[in-house]
Design a protein around this ligand. Sequence first.
Ligand code: ADP
Ligand code: MG
Ligand code: MG
Length: 254
Amino acid sequence: QPLLQIRGLQAEIDGKRVLDGIDLDVAPGEVAAIMGPNGSGKSTLAQVLAGRDLYRVSGGSVRFDGQDLLALPPQERALAGLFLAFQYPVEIPGLSNVYLLKAALNAQRKHRGLPELDAMEFLQRVKALMRELGMDEKFLQRGVNEGFSGGEKKRNDMLQMALLQPRLAILDETDSGLDVDALKAVAQAVNAMRSPERAFVLITHYERLLEHIVPDRVHVLWQGRFVASGGPELARRIEREGYAWLQDGQTQSP
Ligand code: ADP
Ligand code: MG
Ligand code: MG
């Protein structure tokens, strides 16, 4: 049974249909990559799964871990084990990063019937993860993403992910604008968390990330629909040839 099962999903923004009948299965243990040109609807798909109310779902269904995902409010989607790293992470000046991390982890532990971590245990855990990610501890006291560079925001997303250990992590262009070291840190964080129970959806514009995180499946989004699916070789073809060869919009199975 898939961990994520999307059927006929349609979504609109400002009365414009941006997702036009999405079908996708992601199995436990799988790393799925979603590629597609700018404006094809990749971020919209991530936002709809997260439950952002900017988008209107006008059709279809999404099941996550056996539950009707679209019926859950956004916080409960997170508690159910869905993690989203947005293309443009929000800055929350005045709310310290360490406070947010601790609150998120303890909310999840409570949901799972586990006791809160005490301050010492929490700090030990988070600092160990920061070392692995090459993050300075000073980022704990800063406002959430406040004044972080692109690479620092993405590392911070990986810190949240590693702390929360989600069932499904959706990363929206986590690779955009990253230098090689940050890209490797992100890839390492994902690869270290790959497991038979967990799945990833990597949304990316470029093949570069997929050289470091080899996906099981690659799906290409085009004007709100999937038009091709394949293995890692599909990503390499897109890197070589761009998206133009898909322009006829016909479904291809290379
Ligand atoms: P991608 O992530 O693949 O680049 P998006 O999901 O961001 O694509 O955008 C898909 C389409 O939805 C585009 O045509 C874009 O202009 C439109 N869109 C996205 N967000 C908004 C918004 N906030 N208001 C109006 N249109 C939007
Ligand atoms: Mg875009
Ligand atoms: Mg996008």
